[in-house]
Design a protein around this ligand. Structure first.
Ligand code: NDP
Length: 285
């Protein structure tokens, strides 16, 4: 039977550490870390994420501001808000919930966020810093996965690490972090030939494609560590991952469940990035 990597418990432990560090930071500097969360439009799933982010802020002792803008918000209006937040000393981190409605230019918007406040680490400046291994912030989902591995006593060093999915927010940064942790990394995507031959080589397999229950036992090497990033809704509304948990769990040595695996860590890493941003901006002031 595989070890179940409990993202909920690990996330609570990390949040408790962040809360303690925040209390100390406030005492030493008189500064409260502040996060602004901006959402455009009515997407119900995005609204839930935004609410969870603000609740997490309260949990660790941060100040937070929420901006819920109508779907018809213009690029100029959104950038004016970001500009105001860039200059606001109470705010150390700015998060604009993606995706934006189609009439808005995401790339341009990301460029308008001050890289020192870019706690999602999506600004090209921060993406570049990750490539050279000198980063202030890491994108929250891959950073959360590295934390799960470390706290479960799993090292990437010398291992065959296979990441399936090459998005800018999950697959690519995940591969970079595993490479920096001395893994031998392969990245697969929708054009990869003989996918299961490659996934069967993996000592650590990261599934991040957004296809429910896609990875079955025959695609996994016995004893592999399986990290399931997928968050897919079944027709009955239940959340499920990219990994067919029932068939893979008996084959793996460790596995993350969905829900309760990678998901809870993502917001926790956002809190970590916000505290770091507050520290850096306070040190520089
Ligand atoms: P994207 O849709 O941006 O990327 C999906 C990637 O998977 C692409 O690179 C695509 O390849 C690849 N892919 C799709 N189908 C296949 C296939 N059949 N075989 C091999 N590769 C395939 O998704 P994201 O990276 O944003 O998210 C991935 C999943 O992770 C989603 O379920 C999402 O909900 C979840 N997620 C979970 C988070 C969490 O906190 N737990 C946070 C972020 C995302 P190609 O590039 O060739 O198109």
């Amino acid at each position: 039977m595989a070890m179940r990597i409990d993202g909920k418990a690990i996330s609570q432990a990390v949040r408790a550490e962040i809360a303690a560090e925040t209390a100390k930071f406030k005492e030493e500097t008189g500064v409260t870390p502040g996060l602004a969360v901006v959402i455009v439009g009515e997407d119900p799933a995005s609204r839930v994420y935004v609410r969870n982010k603000r609740t997490a802020c309260e949990q660790v002792g941060f100040y937070s501001e929420g901006y819920e803008l109508p779907a018809e918000t213009t690029q100029a209006e959104l950038e004016a808000l970001v500009d105001k937040l860039n200059r606001d000393e109470k705010i150390h981190g700015i998060l604009v919930q993606l995706p934006l409605p189609p009439h808005l230019d995401e790339e341009k918007l990301l460029l308008s966020i001050d890289p020192r406040k870019d706690v999602d680490a999506f600004h090209p400046y921060n993406v570049g810093r990750i490539m050279i291994g000198e980063y202030a912030f890491l994108p929250c989902t891959p950073a959360g996965i590295m934390e799960l591995l470390t706290r479960s006593g799993i090292s990437c060093e010398g291992k065959e690490c296979v990441v399936v999915g090459r998005s800018n927010i999950v697959g690519k940064p995940m591969a970079m972090l595993m490479l920096q942790a001395n893994g031998t990394v392969t990245v697969c995507h929708s054009r990869t030939r003989n996918l299961s031959e490659i996934t069967r080589r993996a000592d650590i397999l990261v599934a991040a494609i957004g296809k429910a229950d896609f990875f079955t036992a025959d695609m996994v090497k016995p004893g592999a560590v399986v990290i399931d990033v997928g968050m897919n809704r079944r027709p009955d509304g239940k959340l499920t991952g990219d990994v067919d948990y029932a068939s893979v769990e008996p084959v793996a040595s460790a596995i993350t469940p969905v829900p309760g695996g990678v998901g809870p860590m993502t917001i926790t890493m956002l809190m970590k990035n916000t505290l770091r941003a507050a520290r850096e901006q306070t040190a520089r002031a």
